[in-house]
Design a protein around this ligand. Structure first.
Ligand code: CO
Length: 136
């Protein structure tokens, strides 16, 4: 079961400019910054209520977010729903015939457990499931 919108992911080509907008102008608290090598991004989390905005800047052109920027330019990249257990949700959705990008969970930002669903099965909204690490 999807519990809440954990975050929206926003692809940016200028991380500092995006931080100026979200932290400076929107006055969201910047709570985390991390290079996630596995996903080819430098990512920033900002708090908005009990949810987050995740800013994603690619580490190179040949990364998923780099290719996204090349194709579509900066903007909304994905929606992430909070679930109790990513692994069992992936199993359940696969059994329902969903196409998955991740068959098993991987480590996401801030030690979270994440899995991406394929846009072909989600009405072309790139969708992430996330179980935050203990304490987040
Ligand atoms: Co995300």
């Amino acid at each position: 079961m999807f519990g809440a919108i954990d975050h929206i992911g926003v692809a940016v080509d200028d991380l500092d400019a995006a931080i100026a907008l979200y932290e400076g102008t929107y006055q969201m608290e910047l709570v985390h910054r991390e290079v996630v090598e596995e996903q080819g991004v430098e990512a920033v989390l900002l708090d908005v209520g009990e949810s987050h905005v995740e800013l994603l800047a690619p580490l190179g052109a040949d990364t998923p977010v780099g290719k996204f920027l090349e194709r579509k330019g900066p903007g909304l990249h994905h929606v992430a729903y909070r679930v109790d257990d990513v692994a069992s949700e992936l199993v359940r959705l696969k059994a329902e015939g969903f196409r998955l990008i991740d068959e098993t969970p991987r480590i996401g930002i801030r030690g979270s457990s994440v899995g991406f669903l394929h846009p072909a099965s989600t009405g072309f909204v790139l969708t992430e499931l996330v179980t935050p690490a203990e304490g987040h």
